[in-house]
Design a protein around this ligand. Structure first.
Ligand code: ADP
Ligand code: MG
Length: 504
């Protein structure tokens, strides 16, 4: 018996030792794996870094590229498109107007009534719908018939109170969030599609005419009287409420900006025929490029696999359409290089499966166990990851969004520099001591900005860093919802009769 006991005890000791050995080996392996992940995270942070010095170089690059784009057609990747908008709404407009807005993910229809004073602006009806994905690569006819039928339903809802019963033709502003070469306030041709739209044979087509044709085919008595870039709509809305508004930026599915420029600075336009001495310029800043942009492996891959590679480089770093996909690519790479996310998920390998609204939900998850992160990862085919891995995912969201927001701030500061409102004297014409800095309002719109608090906070922080507290205090970033749609209707109201023909 005694001998058996001794043997059993010895066997138990051997088992215990080997279990302990296995555990130690596993712990060492885990630690090594985690060290690798920490290394990957460090590389990620470094490659996405946007220190103040780099942001300042970007500000300069934006201002320089703006200038180059104003001097000649094709002078810069910034197209700096003329809009033929010189007078912005000021609150005195009257009448009833409609706007149809084709955005990157949504289309909206609105009806506004203006009583001649700011306080009398009445948004009488507003509809917002997702754009069916089947439209993105359909035909021009399908797209515009879809828009016309949506407008028809909107009008039919008005019933007896409709304008047509008063025998007045409806006037519509078409807010269009894609690059257009305007030929007048009411006409312009598509330069190219962006944001995942790929309807062939439309470049060079007059967008307002396409919509008018579809409305006419349905027998709708509506006149497409203005074709307005969404940023220009946002600027109009901002200016209507606050005349210090000189620029507008959209952070939605894509990103773009416009601003008010002196006509004598628009060298490529010989005879702009404006009465105010200035014109709104649509920068199409999504296409901005500079060697100072922190381009990473993930950006290169995303671009190479996109429908429009070598195009819209800035938009691909800051646009809501892309942030989710950058985060997805980082998680995928980490899961390929270590097994902390478990077996590689095929869902995670699908482009655009992670949307930016999920990125903000994970980033802003304030539950102690990061439940939201766990749920979203589960949907991505990555179930049951430990808390420290969920924290790592939050960190990845932070790194990607922080870069986007800081680059956005550099873009805005570049505009301020170009127009001499950044405190440095802009264009070398004035020193800040020569002229007192004026209050400057930048209208901002879009789902990324309005729904993602961390994006807003990082952008504000970077603006203060770049501009310094004294100047930043005078720069007001004013958020507005549906400003681009409403603003287009306001613009139509204010410059209703303006028909300026292109002369470049
Ligand atoms: P559009 O670009 O069609 O004009 P929006 O301005 O509403 O539409 O922007 C929609 C985009 O905003 C979405 O494609 C998405 O990228 C981003 N977005 C929407 N909701 C959120 C959110 N909760 N967090 C972060 N980004 C969001
Ligand atoms: Mg939009």
């Amino acid at each position: 018996m005694g001998k058996v006991m001794v043997m059993l005890t010895a066997a138990a000791a051997v088992v215990a030792c080997s279990v302990a050995g296995v555990m130690v080996r596993r712990r060492v392996k885990d630690r090594r794996k985690w060290r690798k992940v920490v290394g990957l995270l460090k590389d990620l942070e470094e490659s996405f870094e946007t220190p103040l010095g780099r942001l300042r170089q970007m500000v300069d690059a934006v201002a320089v590229e703006m200038q180059a784009g104003l001097v000649s057609e094709g002078g810069s990747k910034l197209k700096m498109l003329l809009t033929f908008v010189d007078d912005l709404p000021n609150g005195s407009e009257r009448g009833t107007y409609y706007a149809l807005h084709l955005g990157g993910s949504y289309f909206r229809i609105i009806k506004v009534h203006l009583g001649g004073q700011r306080s009398t602006l009445e948004v009488q009806d507003i509809e917002r719908h997702s754009i069916p994905t089947s439209l993105l690569n359909s035909t021009s006819e399908v797209l515009f018939d879809f828009l016309a039928s949506s407008l028809q339903r909107f009008i039919e809802k008005e019933g007896k109170e409709s304008i047509s019963s008063q025998d007045v033709k409806r006037e519509l502003a078409f807010t269009f969030s894609f690059p257009v070469k305007q030929t007048s306030l009411s006409s312009g041709v598509l330069i190219k599609w962006t944001k995942g739209f790929a309807i062939s044979e439309m470049a060079g087509e007059d967008i307002a005419e396409c919509l008018q044709g579809a409305l006419d085919r349905r027998g709708l008595d509506i006149h497409v009287a203005a074709l307005v870039n969404d940023t220009v709509g946002a600027l109009s809305y901002g200016h209507y409420h606050d005349p210090d508004t000189i620029a507008a930026v959209v952070f939605g599915t894509g990103s773009n900006a416009c601003y008010l420029e002196r006509t004598d600075a628009i060298i490529k336009c010989q005879n702009p025929r404006t009465t105010s001495g200035s014109m709104v310029v649509n920068m199409e800043w999504g296409n901005f490029w500079s060697s100072r942009l922190p381009r990473t492996l993930y950006d290169i891959e995303l671009d190479a696999e996109s429908l429009n590679s070598n195009d819209m480089g800035f938009e691909k770093m800051i646009g809501g359409m892309y942030l989710g996909d950058i985060v997805r690519r980082v998680i995928l790479r980490m899961s390929q290089e270590s097994d902390i996310f478990g077996p590689i998920s095929s869902i995670l390998s699908t482009p655009f499966v992670l949307r930016t609204n999920s990125v903000s939900a994970m980033h802003e998850d304030d539950t102690p166990e990061l439940h939201e992160v766990a749920t979203i990862l589960k949907h991505l085919g990555v179930p049951k990851v430990p808390l420290k891995v969920r924290k790592l995912v939050v960190k990845i969201c932070d790194v990607v969004t922080r870069r986007a927001a800081r680059l956005a701030a550099a873009g805005i500061s570049g505009i301020l520099k170009k127009v001499g409102r950044d405190g440095s004297g802009g264009e070398g014409r004035r020193r800040s001591s020569d002229k007192q800095m004026r209050r400057t309002v930048v209208a901002v719109e879009g789902g990324l900005y309005s729904n993602y608090k961390m994006f807003r906070e990082y952008m504000d922080e970077a603006l203060r860093e770049i501009l310094g507290d004294d100047v930043a205090r005078l720069v007001v970033i004013k958020a507005m919802e549906d400003g681009s749609s409403i603003g287009s209707a306001l613009l139509l109201a204010s410059s209703h009769s303006v028909r300026t023909v292109s002369n470049i």
